[in-house]
Design a protein around this ligand. Sequence first.
Ligand code: G6Q
Length: 554
Amino acid sequence: MTSGPVDPTTTGAWGRLTALAEAYTPDLRSSVTAEWVEQQTLSAADLHVDLSKNLFDAEVEAALLALADEVGLFGHRDAMFAGEHINVTEDRAVLHTALRLPVDASLHVDGQDVVADVHEVLDRVYAFAERVRSGEWTGVTGRRIETVVNIGIGGSDLGPVMAYEALEPYRQDGLACRFISNIDPTDAGQKLAGLDPETTLFIVSSKTFGTLETLTNARLCKAWLLEHLPSDSDPAAAVAQHFVAVSTALDKVADFGIDPDNAFGFWDWVGGRYSMDSAIGLSLVIAIGPDHFADLLAGFHAMDEHFRTAPAQDNVPIRMGLLNVWYTNFLDAHTHAVLPYAQLLHRFPAYLQQLTMESNGKSVRWDGTAVGYDTGEVFWGEPGTNGQHAFYQLIHQGTRLVPADFIAFATPAYALKDATPEGQSTDVHELFLANFFAQTQALAFGRTADEVRAEGVAEELVAARTFPGNRPTTSIMAPALTPGVLGQLIALYEHITFVEGAVWGIDSFDQWGVELGKQLAQQVGPAVSGDPDVLDEQDPSTQSLIGYYRKQRR
Ligand code: G6Q
């Protein structure tokens, strides 16, 4: 990286977008024509993406694409794929895309053959997973593993949990995963309850192997294991058979007592929140098997290739990322909803919260200069139709603009028929999808006062029952929620996040706020335990809160 980031507000395109936003009066009822829908429906691998019900027109689209060009988005994208150190504040390459390169690809970065390194670890992960799945790998008493417990937090937890839930139909029977992340002792207490130590395998997943939560939970689990195994079990053999680790700090793994032969590495060029397709996915590989995990990686790679090579106008991550910039910086949106019509994706919004908000929650550009514009929307969501009975009211009729992504699949994981009392049989997935289609329709086109009156609604209720419409949505559909499609969806949002960060000129790959949190807890800890000197060093509010805690604690 030779020159500094472009301040996007100094570009010609930014000025044009400002003027276009001032003059823009959306009317989706008239602008969503068949021709517009055809133009604005894009494909990326297996994803079918309809952008037509967003708030933009051809001029806005052209100005957004010009903005991408003027801020150097395309060069920045190519620099990421080539392994340049675009994570400037940590002086690191950003190469999660290398985790899913096929074995015959070629990429050398900082003197290392990255593809060979990735596949060497992947082969070990697959071989280990097969041993667990087949029952060849046993616990110390010779019984096969039935439960895998992943101990990790943040990027070492959210991806594996989300994908484990999403790919439930692909799991091996008789082999379940549990995930311990929180240092709230309730988490370990609940997840260990009912487990048989003889058939439990723990995976300690931590990039740094220095995270307080994970190391504390790992010690709790080790103590629990040794306490509950038959008393004649050899402790060292028990740890060796029941604990493995995933980390970039293999020396610290050995210090913990885990055999380095049972540790799986990755590299500092994989950010935590971008790591679920590295060895951090070990629990998932054991659950769904190497073949399905390979399909997941192929899905990621297909989206990478689309992002890397598709012309900007047809490039789904570029178009969606630029629309998010338009909403954030020109139409004053502050949040972005992701609404999967797929119960199996119930942890997807939580996963995206970390991906997007940890990446783009920054207020200086990568050279340290302050941004003079908003960055990083608040991402949130829940599966439909549950959300419809909760917060959709605000999206339909509230005062705030909430752009939303709706996600649905043509074929369901479970095909169930409902037999009505009248003897009719209904495909429940069609009832479900009818909601998906109807919601984006209602959000876009609303219901005018005249339409409400025509239904015979009393005049004094017409205003409350009128829907303004022009609420923007993107519809993302795919044939089914397969491992490959899940990989495509995750990579889509990784690259949307990249596009937004590139326009804003920020470093989307550091997380100094997270690091601060890790330090602060260590600093306050002794005060909580009653150290008067450390308590004295705290601010008055913290002293008072700790005082309350110490009086109330039973
Ligand atoms: C991710 C973040 C953060 C991280 C966790 C766990 O990008 O840096 O969520 O993943 O703090 O860190 P370790 O994997 O090092 O334990």
